[in-house]
Ligand binder design. Sequence first.
Ligand code: MRU
Length: 321
Amino acid sequence: MRTIDWVNGAVEIIDQTALPGELRVLRLHTVGELIAAIQSLAVRGAPALGVAGAFGVALAARVHQDDPAALAVAVQKIESARPTAVNLARGAQRAARLLPLGPDAVLAEACAVRDDEVAASHAMATRGADLVTELCGDRPRLLTHCNTGGLAAVVLGTALGVVGELHRRDRLAGVIASETRPLLQGARLTSWELTRWGIEHRVAVDSAGPFLMARGEVDAVILGADRICANGDVINKIGSYAHALGARRAGIPFLVVAPESTVDLDTAAGTEVEIEDRGAAEVTAHGDAVNPAFDITPHDLVTAIVTDRRVIRLDRGETTA
Ligand code: MRU
């Protein structure tokens, strides 16, 4: 089942706010509904956001066919619905380039964005599984953070796709899903996907990650990205940086799996990226709170980046350029 698709004139998504309790499908008919779904995290994860951006422009193209000003406003609202994952604006802009050719051409391009993410997931799974085996040997124990499975893409995912491929090859000893406070993408979504794939796993509180690594219970950290900067800095879910520090201290690989659509050569370093602040309400009802949704893992803590086209060995001085 696809996390996001175009079905009979509307965008269909799996409502990730309802998981793991309920597998509910939402049909989004308007740009407003799509933006609300993006902002509530009903659809989330960088590759899925890219597809959502493209389909959003396809929706706008149908409604505002004869009103270029309204169309431009809609495209801008879609692009900026969330700030951190580069895929969202990229997907929207890619579809928007076809606007002069009419709504059917825009929809065809949006479907191509979707298809490219499906192909990228399969390529990353193979390349990433090969690299994990090369670096960690047979049957490693992996720790992952946030949700990078099919729910975060269209099918299969990025880092979790690699986990799935290692399991399929019978080359995986165990998985720890870091719970991912405050919205629990790890505990709710990664755990749900791993269970559906028949992969045994355990959930750990985020702060346990570095300690489990220090105790020798993790052979590599593998996670995704919302944006990879020209210098190799990795923007991903808040908590990723702590896992990178833990991995460096324990001397184990820290692997980032993301499609080329997440590599942003126009942004020199992580400090230039707007980190989404999701407000206090998600964290606590008992007082003031600060709630950055992503963090920046400095490139010198990253062992390798796996994309659908290449393996970039930052530990050997290779660059994203
Ligand atoms: O706030 P979210 O749930 O959209 O954050 C998602 C992540 O941080 C993922 O790790 C990232 O998008 C990679 S998804 C393959």
